[in-house]
Design a protein around this ligand. Structure first.
Ligand SMILES: [Zn+2]
Length: 113
């Protein structure tokens, strides 16, 4: 409980704290399933990297790509998502961990590396 309070108070003080919106699109049979931030999805749709037949599967609000991917796997009925590399404590001492070999995003502070 103590660590939970610390994280919550850190979040209140972080001006850049904002969840991002991710979308999962089904572009089978050729394009597979894509999970990305909405702006990337929109670019892919505009550039034809997602076909006109692609359909939205679900939308996820998350702090990091790892969090979005974990929820995505649950919604897809897939095995639990395993983040890339080992978690490390956020260098800004907010109390959270991040994945330097993955997204490099702290759930509280945003992009670290
Ligand atoms: Zn942090």
């Amino acid at each position: 409980m103590k660590s939970r309070r610390r994280v919550n108070s850190a979040v209140r003080w972080l001006p850049n704290y904002m969840k991002k919106v991710y979308e999962a699109w089904d572009d089978e049979p050729d394009g597979g399933i894509t999970l990305a931030e909405v702006n990337i999805i929109q670019t892919n749709l505009a550039n034809g990297l997602l076909s006109k037949d692609a359909r939205l599967l679900h939308r996820i609000e998350a702090d990091t790509f790892e969090e979005a991917q974990a929820v995505h796997n649950i919604k897809m009925g897939w095995s639990p998502f395993v983040p890339e590399g080992k978690p490390k404590a956020c260098p800004q001492n907010c109390g959270a961990v991040f994945y330097p070999e993955g997204s490099g995003e702290c759930p509280n502070c945003g992009r670290i590396c």
